[in-house]
Write a protein that binds this ligand. Sequence first.
Ligand code: PLP
Length: 406
Amino acid sequence: MSFDVDALRAQFPILDQQVNGKPLVYLDNGATTHKPNAVIDAIAGYYRHDNSNVHRGAHTLSDRATARFEQARESVRGFINARSTDEVIWTKGTTEAINLVAFSWGRDNLKQGDRVLVSGMEHHANIVPWQILGAQTGAELVPIPVDDRGQLDMVAFTDLLDERVKLVSIVHVSNALGTVNPVEAIIEQAHAVGAKVMIDGAQAVAHWPLDMQALDCDFYAFSAHKMYGPMGIGVLYGKRELLEAMPPFMGGGEMIETVSFEGTTYNTLPFKFEPGTPNVAGAIGTGAAIEFINSLDRDAVAAHEADVLNYAVSRAKDYPGLTLVGDADHRAGVMGFVLEGAHPADLGMLLDQQGVAVRTGNHCAMPIMTRFGLTGTVRASFALYNTRADVDALFAGLDKAKTFLM
Ligand code: PLP
């Protein structure tokens, strides 16, 4: 296997530290991944050499910043195989990308009696915007049920699909359960009844190559910080014909062509959706993250990640008193669980004392916690730099935690 995890880890300076006197074992990659030197250096290099506002064209630094900013957009286009950079909108992240679709496309296209289908395992970012919009338009938000193993009930989905459904907005990989949803089948079935499809790819983008043209979704959202890039930047992919027909989401500089007190005309794509000074350093950092990912053998990365996750799941299944929350046939990146007699928050704190970083709580996905009769879980989430030794440290940490709690 052409995958040297030690060499890879050496590119992530943050991993080389002690936390509470123990070597850091970072298993909170679902919340955010760490950044390799290439990303850190690209951001610092931009501020050291090229920092300037973009698209103003007044001087050399501005030209350089603009060129690098637009090169990064082209890197994203290639990374997701979009047809054109016009289909790549910079946002603050997944959350803003979903809000953009809700309050631009949704406000224009949804009315009383229409339905938006989501899964029962959505992050709040793919629930709340539709509820706010529903209160304004009368469109109804309908969840697709999830079975006891955390898998989408595809029979129920098919039953729910009728002419009232105008949009299916679905998470690609659940951040709480790790379930990989069958988005290809969902897109095909939704399109067959004339509904549009939005995919929340926040937890998918780091794990395997994406191809917008093959997938044929209408919108796809993701955040750079969950794919080894910086915080505060992400992408909305949208099909050109939809984006062209949509009204602006926010107004300001950059997104206009002409402004007068009589009225305003808007800029072309993608700028129509990018008012104000953009996060240029973030875009450049995202481009560097893509270059980093593309420099790896992605099949080898996927095989390594699957090996570590499967090892974690098999150890969890043998661990006394542990119940997995979400045990889908097809999962990626995430393992959620509860331990009999131990509150997740206490476990999180005791693991942290062992240097093991996990997330505890509802994971911004309260409805799926309620579905399982829980208020929260412990979540270990994995990235390409994690190893079986990290998994062993997690379970050794649990052993120790139990001695305090039981
Ligand atoms: N959707 C999913 C599935 C997520 O896991 C997250 C973040 O955890 C989000 C949306 C929100 O992403 P961001 O906070 O980067 O906007």
